[in-house]
Design a protein around this ligand. Structure first.
Ligand SMILES: N[C@@H](CCC(=O)N[C@@H](CS)C(=O)NCC(=O)O)C(=O)O
Length: 205
C-alpha cells in the first residue's frame, strides 16, 4: 500500500483527494511540525530532500513527490479523472495542472518561509508573493467556463487543487469576493459523498 506523508489541510490534502477519487488505498503518516527541526523533519527529509508534503512511498518502495507528478501517476491508474484524449478540455487540464504547480505553488514556498529567501526584508517578500498569488487566482478565474467542476460536469484532478487552495491564503472571504467561480468549484468538490471523510480528516469541511 502507498504511504503518504502529510499534514492535515496542507498540500498532502491535494494528493489525498486524488488518491481517494481514484480509490487507491494509502496509509497516512502525519508529519505535522516537519518544517521545524526535529524527528518529523528527519523522517521526511530522509525520503524527500526538499522536505515537503506530500511525499509518497509507493507500493514498490519508490518515492513519489510533486502533486502534478502524483496526478499523472493517478491518471495512469484511473484515466477517467481527466478529460478524454482528443477533447479541448484535456489540453486545458494539462495546461492548468502545470500552471498551478509552476506559478501558484511557488508563491507559498517563498511567502510561507520568507526569512529563508530574504533575511533582510521577509515581510516585503511575503507581501509581494501574496499580491502576485492574488493576480494568478484572478486569471485562473477567467479560465473557468464550466460547472459544477472546473472543466465541466465530471470531476478532474484539477478540482483537487482548487478545493484545497481556496482554504489557504488569501483565505475564503477574499476568494468569495474576487473569484466566486473557484469557490463554486471548491463547494462542488466539498459536497461529494465519496470525499466527505478525507475532507473532514483535512479540516476542509
Ligand atoms: N511542488 C510541490 C510543492 C509542495 C509544497 O510546497 N508543500 C508545502 C506544504 S503545502 C511544503 O511542504 N512546504 C514546506 C517547505 O517548502 O519547506 C508539489 O506540488 O507537491
Amino acid at each position: 500500500m502507498i504511504t503518504l506523508y502529510g499534514v492535515p489541510g496542507w498540500g498532502s490534502a491535494i494528493s489525498e483527494l486524488m488518491l481517494t477519487l481514484a480509490k487507491i488505498p494509502y496509509t497516512f503518516i502525519d508529519v505535522d511540525g516537519f518544517d521545524q527541526p526535529g524527528p518529523k523533519r528527519e523522517l521526511l527529509k530522509a525520503r524527500n530532500p526538499l522536505c515537503q508534503v506530500p511525499t509518497l512511498e509507493l507500493e514498490n518502495g519508490e518515492i513519489m513527490t510533486e502533486t502534478a507528478a502524483i496526478a499523472l501517476m493517478v491518471l495512469d491508474r484511473c484515466p477517467d479523472l481527466a478529460p478524454p484524449i482528443g477533447r479541448a478540455e484535456r489540453q486545458q487540464f494539462q495546461r492548468l495542472l502545470i500552471w498551478l504547480v509552476a506559478n501558484v505553488y511557488p508563491t507559498f514556498t517563498y511567502a510561507d518561509y520568507p526569512e529563508r529567501w530574504a533575511a533582510e526584508a521577509p515581510e516585503q517578500l511575503k507581501e509581494n508573493c501574496i499580491e502576485y498569488r492574488k493576480s494568478l487566482y484572478l486569471w485562473l478565474e477567467t479560465q473557468l467556463s464550466a460547472q459544477p467542476y472546473a472543466l465541466g460536469r465530471e470531476i478532474t484532478l484539477l478540482d483537487c487543487y482548487i478545493a484545497v487552495m481556496v482554504t489557504w491564503g488569501p483565505r475564503r472571504p477574499w476568494f468569495e469576493v474576487n473569484t466566486p467561480g473557484l469557490v463554486s468549484v471548491a463547494d462542488a468538490v466539498s459536497q461529494r459523498g465519496d470525499l466527505q471523510q478525507v475532507l473532514r480528516d483535512n479540516k476542509l469541511i
